[in-house]
Design a binder for this molecule. Structure first.
Ligand code: GLC
Length: 591
């Protein structure tokens, strides 16, 4: 039978959609604050500079606490704020219990924490467990002699055993993770930069010393940790040759070693289990996140994985310009599998951008015109705010900041970009190095690290000084907080609405079931969230062309549009059983 043609033009606003909320939910779902949280990540170097030296600092964040509160977010994650020579911008820690002088003082930190708590915002810090700085006193001691008491705080390979089996480092100009130290005629391991020697978690004394630093901040009242490259702490310390006879997976040669769960469970007993805190580990696609987050195992609450890592690196024709529909399909399958993996235990996370990734608008969305930039940012926000799991949101994405796309290697600060560039230039020549720079315009980490764009004042209002540690994105006169506060169509205004919606419909949007709709649709990511006797349909067009998606669910419903990034009140366009969506249109519909 031919389906009746239905054209719905529903003019509905958030306030028009009346609903009753109840918190009477299945107790087995174990509701907690961190599951319900929208987490806002702040890269302190780039957020706001209070003293004019061109580097963001804690007082800069303090000055913007009311703004952060106005977003409606629940938790702030700060990238490392500890003393560091900044070879890898704070991920090379030289003292785990103090504040980096660039960022301020312990008094500033205390004021920041108090200011957040007064506003009902929690704070989590970034904990680097796999390595310290080579300027940390432990390493300074360790390298002095082979029988120094701190020798076994790190991994050493005596040179008389020959050259150690190859391990790769993204952050070394030689791309090698072993560095020879003539002082004791031995190599030390550094998976990251040569100034980030790997800590030896096999050593119980090191572990106990490490836990002291962790407790220090929790005792001060922080609300948890994001744990950097968490599964790297245990490795096969025989460092076998990588020949896939011993392990099948490349990652198993590097991390996720035989004692990883022992160490994380000990960490829980010694630290996390003593506090009401949240923990989220940084993972990668090759680990089973359930193994770390099943609450019964007492390790971490959550893991996040960058979905960018599961996107094909090129199109079938070999082009490196991967289109947004192909990315969406990878994203959809990644998040759908994650949801089923963590359905009965563990807890998912939702993330599209952070300090290690290009800007989400440029990578997942479309910044080719200001209109598409706005719409695609809003579409991505819709995804984040309507998925099951804890939401991670990277500062600056709420105003639709995009990739800066530096032209010259001198513009880059990131050690990954600089190390690879140097290596490619010396091994493959100038043309290959130029090609690498093009790729970095799409994928480089510095794209996400440019200063926050507060206003159209010089340096985007980030600093009163005349220089910034990394150049400001030249689009700041158009894309900035002040301009978006005054524009009802802006990404910022949409972010606040979407965040409020997530909280209002928490029983369904946070805890409710997730199921795919029109699972193979080439450009539209659509899913149903059900919980608390209500059903919410989400449809997001991941393309700059109009698209349709199956609308069977709308047939006998009295749909109410909760959120739409097109504000021209056209409502739902349903015809012949299909919902039509305009370029990058996102609709959230209460059925
Ligand atoms: C993590 C951090 C990244 C850092 C690396 C080494 O991946 O997110 O920024 O460079 O670990 O610590």
């Amino acid at each position: 039978m031919k389906q009746s043609t239905l054209l719905l033009s529903v003019l509905l606003t958030l306030t028009a959609c009346q609903k009753e909320t109840t918190t009477d939910l299945d107790p087995s779902q174990q509701h907690t604050w961190w599951k319900e949280a929208v987490i806002y990540q702040i890269y302190p170097r780039s957020y706001a500079d209070s003293d004019g030296d061109g580097v963001g600092d804690l007082r800069g964040i303090i000055q913007h606490l009311d703004y952060i509160q106005s977003l409606g977010v629940d938790v702030v994650w700060l990238n490392p704020i500890f003393p560091s020579p900044n070879d890898d911008n704070g991920y090379d820690v030289s003292d785990y219990t103090a504040i980096m002088s660039d960022f301020g003082t312990m008094q500033d930190f205390d004021e920041l924490l108090a200011g957040m708590h007064q506003r009902g915002i929690r704070l989590i810090l970034d904990l680097v467990v796999n390595h310290s700085s080579d300027e940390h006193p432990w390493f300074q001691e360790s390298r002095k002699s082979r029988n120094n008491p701190y020798r076994d705080y790190y991994h050493w390979w005596p040179a008389e055993k020959g050259i150690p089996p190859h391990r790769h480092s993204d952050m070394d100009p030689d791309l090698s993770a072993w560095r020879y130290d003539s002082l004791t005629n031995a190599y030390y391991l550094h998976y990251f930069s040569r100034k980030q020697p790997d800590l030896n978690w096999e050593n119980p004394r090191m572990r106990q010393d490490f836990y002291k630093g962790m407790r220090f901040w929790l005792d001060k009242g922080i609300d948890g940790y994001r744990i950097d490259v968490a599964s790297y702490c245990s490795k096969d310390t025989l460092f076998p040759e990588i020949d896939f006879t011993r392990y099948k997976s490349f990652g198993d040669y590097y991390c996720h070693g035989p004692h990883v769960h022992d160490y994380l469970q000990e960490m829980y007993r010694e630290v996390f289990g003593k506090y009401d805190c949240m923990t989220v580990g940084e993972g990668n696609p090759w680990i089973n996140t359930l193994d770390f987050t099943d609450a019964r195992r007492k390790e971490f609450n959550m893991f996040y994985v960058n979905a960018n890592d599961v996107v094909p690196k090129q199109m079938p024709d070999g082009s490196p310009l991967v289109t947004s529909d192909v990315k969406m399909q990878a994203l959809r399958s990644f998040y759908t599998s994650q949801d089923s993996l963590l359905h009965d235990a563990g807890w998912p996370t939702v993330i599209l951008g952070n300090h290690d990734l290009p800007r989400m608008q440029s990578y997942w969305g479309d910044d080719s015109t200001p209109e598409l930039a706005r719409l695609s940012s809003q579409a991505l926000i819709t995804f984040l705010m309507t998925m099951r799991g804890t939401v991670f949101f990277y500062g600056g994405d709420e105003i639709g900041m995009n990739n800066v796309r530096f032209e010259h290697i001198e513009d880059y600060n990131d050690i990954v970009t600089r190390s690879y560039y140097a290596n490619i230039l010396s091994t493959k020549g100038a043309a290959a190095a130029a090609e690498y720079l093009e790729q970095q315009k799409r994928e480089g980490r510095d794209n996400a690290r440019t200063p926050m764009q507060w206003s159209s004042d010089p340096q985007a209002g980030f600093t009163t000084g005349s220089t910034t540690w990394l150049k400001v994105n030249p689009n700041y006169p158009q894309v900035n907080v002040a301009a978006e506060e005054a524009d009802s169509l802006s990404v910022l205004q949409y972010f606040r609405k979407a965040c409020a919606l997530r909280h209002t419909y928490k029983p369904t949007l946070v805890y409710g079931e997730y199921s795919l709709v029109d699972a193979h649709n080439p450009t539209v990511f659509s899913y149903l969230r059900t919980g608390n006797d209500e059903r919410i349909l989400v449809a997001i067009n991941f393309s700059a062309s109009p698209a349709v998606v199956d609308a069977t669910l709308l047939k006998d419903a009295s749909p109410c549009v909760l959120l739409d990034n097109y504000l021209d009140n056209q409502g739902l366009q349903v015809s012949e059983g299909k919902l039509s969506l305009r370029p990058w249109q996102a609709q959230v519909i209460l059925l």
